[in-house]
Design a protein around this ligand. Sequence first.
Ligand code: APR
Length: 235
Amino acid sequence: MDKNLDKRIQTLAHWMYDSLYLVFFTGAGISTESGLPDFRGPDGVWTRRDKGLAPKPMKKQWDAVEPNKGHLAILELQKLGKLKFLISQNVDNLHLKSGILPELLAELHGNMTKLRCTQCGRTVDQSAGQSKCDCGGPLVSSVVDFGQSLPERDLALSFEHSRKCDLFVVVGSSLVVTPAAQMPVEALNAGAKLVIINAGETPFEKQAHLRFHEKIGEVLPKAVKRLKKLMGLFE
Ligand code: APR
């Protein structure tokens, strides 16, 4: 591993160790190492569309797609009691599938395995086969389309935790879609350090206090391993 990367990983581990309020923010980039496409990366769904190409065919069925070591590194932070909150733009359900607690998670753009009641806002698993909510309201896909409003609970909690955090770590997002991309702004305004682990450029290059362009799977698991050492926990 190059010295510079090693030093930056060490810095991230120290910052997570010292953090009293650690918030993670993920986008489609954290799921590419599970075989899912992102949107604006070199082979992303919108990148290909703009070239008149269809999305790359998926190699496996949806339910065979598994969380990768990037997801599992964030789960480890939850187990260590370090993860205060996780804000995700992803609808692929991989954070819940990895074991992230629903109460620690905001899925700002919904979740493709869940339906949402248009009356009370509650979500139910699609697998439950319910056509109506317990409150009698109609159930529709929870996935948020462009122009639709985001789920209130998830949006409110994302703003709340972004304003309280002292360390905000962005993983796999181009940070171009609002209001999701407002969250790092709130964190910076609250005086938090901003870390970005993302191959592509983002509008926050100047504001980031620590930047990784390397693959998420090469950075995050190593940083969590170093954190555990700092906490006196050995593998
Ligand atoms: N390691 C590091 N970075 C990666 C990796 C990886 N393995 N894979 C992809 N990336 C980076 C890409 O370079 C890209 O900059 O992840 C970023 C993903 O950005 P987007 O594709 O724009 O995804 P996201 O930011 O989540 O998009 C936000 O846009 O289309 C809407 O609703 C959709 O939730 C989505 C929203």
